[in-house]
Design a protein around this ligand. Structure first.
Ligand code: NAD
Length: 323
């Protein structure tokens, strides 16, 4: 039986990844500051611990592990990352986690290490035109991410690759682009656009107002969680180390995204564009490399993924009303 450790297993992607690995027959240990919030973990072993502390990392990563998935990070949506208020915390917390984890994985000779980087590594200069963002993997240098969160991710990518070169660690580095789906943050200040807009639409009355940060012309693409997990597993099983984008190329302007969600909810809503942190003007995944190297492309389109996500968020909104 293969043995894997998922760091950040109490979070959105980590908790889904644990389920996925279990369904593939793995023995799985999860580690996080917290339990998954929306369903019980399926991990065989779950350590509640702070990965900024070396002793916790030493305990979590043992010799003989086949795979470690490093998803733990101090992160959130635009309200958390782009205001600047959490910069020191984000860099310090995630930096410490990655420094400890990579060192321990090399020391314990873990089979493979997956590191989740982000589309936030890409330079702002290539993402000023909402209709034509440039996010191919090689465009990351000269580096100019638009947030400290992105800078930390880029540093950590290099950290994992340096351990690969100097200490023979077998690494896989992927840059996630806006992963969404059920059982993610939806109302705690760390939610991202898909869950936040689903919540606003679910809370709105028929014809009601939905507030959107910025002019709503900024574009993004969003990848459904099941597609993300397929990509991660195919990537880890391949011989390609990355860095590689894991995202969708189905780009949409945020105001149109609100209309799509309203349509799925069968409600009419009115958009009010207000000032707020928005990040770059345009961003979408470029999937040419991942298609070429491992033959993966998304299967679930935005409407389908949003239908499933809206149903879940709407359920949470209804639960909250009766609580
Ligand atoms: P998440 O916030 O739901 O999960 C991260 C988990 O890490 C949380 O459960 C958190 O408690 C845990 N964590 C943070 N600090 C910790 C610490 N000191 N010790 C132990 N656990 C700690 O985020 P997610 O959406 O599941 O993202 C997973 C990874 O993917 C993150 O590294 C994130 O930066 C990256 N990523 C995600 C997206 C996305 O769209 N969701 C996009 C780009 C990159």
């Amino acid at each position: 039986m293969k043995r894997a450790v998922v760091l950040g297993a109490g979070g959105f992607i980590g908790s889904h990844l644990v389920k996925r690995l279990k369904s593939e027959g793995y023995w799985v240990r999860g580690v996080d500051l917290k339990w998954p919030e929306y369903s019980d973990t399926q991990a065989d072993d779950f350590i509640i611990g702070d990965l900024r502390h070396l002793a916790v990392v030493e305990n979590a990563i043992e010799t003989g592990l086949d795979e470690v998935y490093q998803l733990a990070a101090d992160m959130g949506g635009a309200g958390y990352i782009f205001t600047g208020d959490n910069d020191a915390q984000v860099m310090h917390n995630s930096g410490l986690i990655n420094l400890h984890v990579v060192h321990e994985c090399a020391k314990k000779k873990v089979g493979k290490v997956f590191y989740s980087s982000s589309a936030c590594v890409y330079p702002e200069r290539n993402q000023m035109d909402p209709d034509n963002p440039r996010c191919e993997e090689s465009s990351v240098y000269p580096a100019a991410p638009d947030s400290e969160y992105g800078w930390e991710k880029l540093f950590s990518e290099r950290l994992y690759f340096s351990f690969s070169r100097n200490q023979g660690l077998d690494v896989r580095v992927a840059r996630f682009h806006n992963i969404y789906g059920p059982e993610g943050a939806w109302n705690n200040g760390k939610e991202k656009a898909p869950a936040a807009i689903c919540r606003k639409v679910a809370e709105a009355s028929e014809g009601g107002k939905v507030e959107i940060w910025g002019d709503g012309k900024q574009t993004r693409s969003f990848l459904f969680i099941d597609d993300c997990l397929d990509a991660v597993r195919t990537f880890v099983n391949s011989d390609f180390a990355g860095p590689v984008n894991i995202g969708s190329e189905e780009m949409i302007a945020i105001n149109d995204f609100v209309h799509l969600i309203a349509d799925v909810s069968q409600k009419k809503v009115e958009i009010t564009n207000i000032e707020g942190p928005t990040g770059v003007r345009g961003r979408s995944s470029d999937n040419r490399l991942i298609e070429e190297k491992i033959g993966w492309s998304p299967k679930i389109n935005l409407r389908e993924g949003i239908s499933r996500t809206y149903a879940w968020v709407n359920g949470k909104v209804e639960e909250a009303k009766t609580a």
